[in-house]
Design a protein around this ligand. Structure first.
Ligand code: NDP
Length: 450
């Protein structure tokens, strides 16, 4: 008789958990996955997927306007927020069904409830104990908000994706991915958006030119960015909420949204009692093979706060499977992972920012700014910016950054080149596709003067 009920119990059926549990089952392992919300996790149910659908939806406002420049009779069609939210909800239901089917067909047992470690081999779900040789924790993260008076009036991205109606005036606090993306969504749908950031500029960590260009384009679209500003309190007032700032300033809004980062979901899981170590932010500490301080307990995805992106969680799941079940210890490679911000216009980025590269070596920088072809006839005042950061000594391309139409699609291709260690000479030797925006990346010849 088997020593344990399962070979693998996975806690959390988000991107990483679904991938790992079904891969294990595919290798003949007795695999169960525990989830207390919807299968699919943050990305599919409360993040990337619904957010991108809203980004696509809101961009039509520009597209209708631009069509007039191409001879279409100008139209201003009616927009229904509830219709969009219902269509998005139906798509998420469809995706959830797909996930259930994938798990079922792989032979994974789905367990609904909240899992808690009773000891290093035992998980309890609503009072029922089950044992496994290996336990994988991938419980993701959850929005966090600062503890200020009136914070209970604010919503997070979770609720923003399901608002019953579109508010007229929205205040968004935070300058990260989520804040910037929702500012673009609500602005596209015609709301009056104010983004409040405590730093001098949005998107800390991104290339400085990309940050400046995006902020400028957002402001041109009418998004008001309040810089170096901290909200002191939120009060309910007639018709909405009043945000109070130091020095007596105030802002009224119908909706206040906080996007001030996310915290790993580790409390109440019995992790520390089982011997798993957490860092000071509550993230699970793991080694290069995603192993925790306990030999048979592993953790992947946002709960480990390494690089909180869905494709990273998927890759960490594959590395975990190789390590534990294929006898091939695999450490995840975090170098040159491309990412995007689905702002309007979007950002695509891979490799080092100019400042990061400059702190490591001598560099050359190539920058191109232009009006995308689509906007020539439509007359839209929106610029694209592309940038290449090159190591002077080795000629290797260290970073590529773009703000503008299709940036995430273009940067994904360039990420392969950077992964292969491409040099600027190889970029130059690549023949462009004309007429595209992407060809600029292989035709920039003039170094920027420092
Ligand atoms: P981020 O960590 O990206 O940004 C948090 C923002 O909130 C920063 O601007 C930060 O300011 C600000 N902030 C933090 N605490 C406070 C506070 N007390 N008062 C005011 N401002 C504060 O978090 P997000 O919530 O935007 O996103 C969470 C994660 O989700 C990201 O790290 C990313 O990995 C992932 N994600 C990825 C997306 C994508 O790939 N397209 C999209 C959405 C999310 P400061 O800069 O000054 O610290």
């Amino acid at each position: 008789m088997a020593k344990y009920d399962y070979d693998l119990i996975t806690i959390g059926a988000g991107s990483g958990g679904v991938r790992a549990s079904r891969r294990a089952a595919g290798l003949g392992k007795r695999s169960a996955v525990i989830e207390n919300l919807r299968v699919g996790g943050t990305c599919v149910m409360r993040g990337c997927v619904p957010k991108k659908l809203l980004v696509i939806g809101s961009h039509f406002a520009d597209d209708f306007e631009d069509a007039a420049g191409y001879g279409w009779q100008a139209v201003s069609p009616d927009f229904s927020w509830p219709r969009l939210i219902a269509a998005k909800a139906a798509e998420l239901d469809r995706l959830e069904d797909v996930y259930h089917r994938i798990l079922r067909e792989a032979g994974v047992e789905e367990i609904t409830g909240t899992g808690r470690l009773a000891d290093s081999h035992t998980v309890e779900v609503d009072g029922k104990a089950m044992t496994a040789e290996t336990i994988l924790v991938c419980t993701g993260g959850w929005p966090k908000m600062p503890d200020i008076p009136g914070i209970e009036h604010a919503i997070t991205s979770n609720e923003a994706l399901d608002l019953p109606e579109l508010p007229k005036r929205i205040a968004i606090v935070g300058g990260g991915y989520i804040a910037v993306e929702f500012a673009g969504i609500f602005n596209g749908f015609g709301a009056d958006v104010t983004e409040i950031i405590r730093a001098p500029q949005i998107l800390r960590g991104f290339d400085e030119d990309a940050r400046d260009v995006l902020a400028h384009e957002m402001e041109k679209k009418g998004i008001h960015i309040m810089r170096e500003t901290v909200v002191r309190s939120i009060e309910k007032c007639e018709g909405g909420f009043s945000l109070r700032f130091p020095y007596g300033k105030e802002l009224e809004a119908d909706l206040v949204m906080y996007a001030t980062g996310r915290s790993p979901n580790t409390s109440g899981l019995g992790l520390e009692e089982a011997g798993v170590k957490l860092d000071d932010k509550g993230a699970i500490l793991v080694d290069e093979f995603s192993k925790t301080a306990v030999d048979n307990i592993y953790a992947i995805g946002d709960v480990t706060e390494r690089l909180n992106l869905t494709p990273v969680a998927l890759a960490e799941a594959e590395a975990f499977i190789n390590t534990v079940y294929r006898d091939t210890p695999t450490a995840m490679d975090y170098a040159n992972i491309a990412s995007a911000v689905f702002s309007q216009p979007p950002i695509g980025s891979v490799g080092l920012s100019e400042a990061q590269a400059r702190s490591q070596t001598d560099i050359d920088v190539y920058v191109s700014r232009f009006t995308p072809m689509k906007y020539t006839l439509s007359g839209r005042d929106e610029k694209t910016m592309m940038k290449i950061v090159v190591d002077q000594k080795t000629d290797r391309v260290l970073g590529c950054h773009m703000v503008g139409l299709d940036a995430p699609e273009i940067i994904q291709g360039l990420a392969i080149a950077l992964k292969c260690g491409a040099t600027k000479a190889q970029f130059d030797a690549t023949i462009g596709i004309h007429p595209t925006a992407a060809e600029e990346f292989v035709t920039m010849r003039e170094k920027r003067e420092d």
